[in-house]
Design a protein around this ligand. Structure first.
Ligand SMILES: [Zn+2]
Length: 94
């Protein structure tokens, strides 16, 4: 189990996702997530790194994107989402 961290936006304590390790700075509150996303967008815009949305990047990674979409919209995704939900239910305390 990872150590609890303080949310940068609301100041509450939360357990970061294992996958994200030390990179997660916002808790699971949808409001904090939204703020966090906005901040990230701003940061990435400033750096010119919005590659997922950039036309050039999409052109170069057509295969990757199509593969990604296959997975993203497949049955397996439903399974993954269900598993995620279950995980949240068990591990994320309000
Ligand atoms: Zn928060």
């Amino acid at each position: 189990m990872l150590r609890k961290r303080k949310c940068r936006y609301c100041g509450k304590w939360f357990r970061p996702l294992h996958r994200l390790k030390n990179r997660q700075i916002a808790c699971f509150n949808p409001v904090c997530q939204a703020i966090h996303k906005k901040t990230l967008d701003k940061k990435e815009k400033a750096k010119g790194l919005r590659r997922l949305n950039s036309k050039d990047w999409q052109k170069e990674h057509k295969v990757w994107i199509s593969e990604y979409n296959k997975i993203y919209y497949s049955k397996r995704r439903k399974e993954i989402l269900a598993r995620k939900k279950e995980w949240y239910r068990r591990n994320v305390q309000e």
